[in-house]
Design a protein. Structure first.
Length: 392
């Protein structure tokens, strides 16, 4: 029986709230807090049990701390934006509350994300006997746990990891992003990067691509990108030689993106428009569909998994572990599309394991540092069943 505070009432926040509400034996009291109270109220109206809601500015540590003191949660689930990670961690330290998120910190004025800022909180969380769990969505999150599961059960050594992420869904819009447009476009317009033999190798954006045959979807073109779990897996999977991340995009999507970039609409620096300072990417976000609004008419499936090569009992093996998620099924269950669903369910599971004491530590951790077994079992029970097969 625990009190949990969820921050962020977007697509992912809606799923986390629905899923926590379905496990009252763990999440006995829930507070959903976000910048726009109407969004919290809309999610509350979809639930069959009462929860509390509150308006909060998560950029403001003292406002957050005051709300935490009045609600007294044991854990905060941060599903606002990466910009708020540090202010929320500061408020957790001030009030003695555990912390969980799904995306690592990035500064608003620089399109750069890395774990250093949050790993630097390790000693402060440890001194206060608190735990922070970082990157507990699907990717990062489940993909890291898939690697820990492979290492525990199928390999003596892991040599290479390829994370493959396909969204074969159709939302009916010519161009839209599946999670926060600002964060998403910053990520996919960045230079590609992967880890090999202890070094980071950079590529031009979307320059490296190949076809992969996704189960239940078929062959799709996927593009090499930098993604945050590469950083923690390079640190936490002993002896790994290469880690890459691949995501599928349609030609239609890439053409829209290229045009937007070419005309300057993805810029994150302010420009003067008739005496007003406007950040083009923020303006673009205001024109694009809200990701949670895509859910109702979304059709098709996602497939996200890890292709892993290494050695077991002296023999080389290649292994694939993955989940398939259906957009329409997610909407029927929690009024969300599959990208929000595949992020929100793992956040709920991570929170549950922390509150049950099954995943416990003092300091700041990534998910692959814990026993993958209870998490893998919970995925099967809470809507994200996984499959595994040996490829050779
Ligand atoms: N690991 C993964 O697999 C994965 C995958 C997808 C997304 N994510 C992460 O999940 C998070 C949520 O994504 P999403 O698609 O749900 O985004 P979203 O729909 O834009 O929702 C973000 C929510 O946070 C709220 N918010 C923003 N700034 C705030 C502030 N200063 N104070 C209080 N609330 C604030 C927003 O409020 P308003 O409604 O007022 O704008 C909105 O309700 C992001 O960090 C994203 O990077 C992780």
């Amino acid at each position: 029986m625990s009190r949990v505070m969820i921050i962020g009432a977007g697509g992912v926040g809606g799923v986390v709230t629905h899923k926590c509400a379905k496990v009252p034996e763990v999440f006995s009291e829930i507070l959903l807090a976000s910048r726009t109270i109407e969004k919290c109220e809309r999610i509350r109206s979809q639930l069959s049990r009462p929860i509390e809601t509150a308006q909060v500015d998560a950029d403001n540590t003292s406002e957050l701390a005051a709300l935490m003191k009045s609600f007294s949660p044991e854990l905060v689930i941060n599903v606002a934006l990466p910009y708020q990670d540090l202010t929320i961690m500061d408020a957790c330290l001030e009030t003695g509350v555990d912390y969980l998120d799904t995306a690592n910190y990035e500064p608003p004025h620089e399109a750069k994300f890395c774990y250093k800022w949050q790993w630097d909180y390790h000693d402060r969380f440890k001194e206060k006997n608190l735990m922070a769990l970082l990157g507990c969505g699907f990717d990062p999150g489940v993909t890291n746990i898939f690697c820990a599961h492979a290492l525990k059960h199928h390999f003596d050594e892991i040599h290479t990891i390829d994370i493959v992420d396909c969204n074969a869904g159709d939302h009916g819009h010519p161009f839209a992003t599946n999670f926060n447009p600002e964060i998403n476009i910053r990520e996919i317009t960045a230079r590609g990067k992967y880890y090999e033999n202890g070094q980071w190798i950079e590529t031009d954006p979307m320059a490296v691509h190949r076809t992969f045959d996704f189960p239940e979807i078929g062959p799709r073109e996927m593009y090499l990108m930098y993604h945050e779990e590469l950083e923690s897996l390079a640190k936490n999977i002993p002896g790994v030689k290469r880690i890459r991340f691949w995501m599928t995009f349609s030609q239609e999507y890439l053409t829209h993106l290229r045009v937007l970039q070419n005309v300057g609409m993805t810029r994150i620096d302010p420009v003067d428009y008739e005496g007003t300072q406007v950040v083009p990417l923020k303006f673009l976000k205001s024109l694009l569909p809200d990701p949670s609004s895509l859910a109702e008419n979304y059709k098709g499936k996602t497939c996200i998994g890890c292709v892993i090569e290494g050695v077991k009992d002296g023999r080389v093996r290649k292994y694939f572990v993955y989940n398939i998620c259906d957009h329409a099924q997610c909407y029927r269950e929690v009024k969300a599309q599959a990208i929000s669903y595949t992020t929100g369910v793992p956040a709920m599971i991570g929170a549950m394991l922390m509150l049950q004491g099954k995943w416990r530590g003092e300091g700041v951790f990534n998910v692959e540092e814990f026993d993958p077994d209870p998490f893998m079992e919970a995925l099967n029970h809470h809507g994200l069943p996984w499959h595994e097969r040996f490829l050779d």
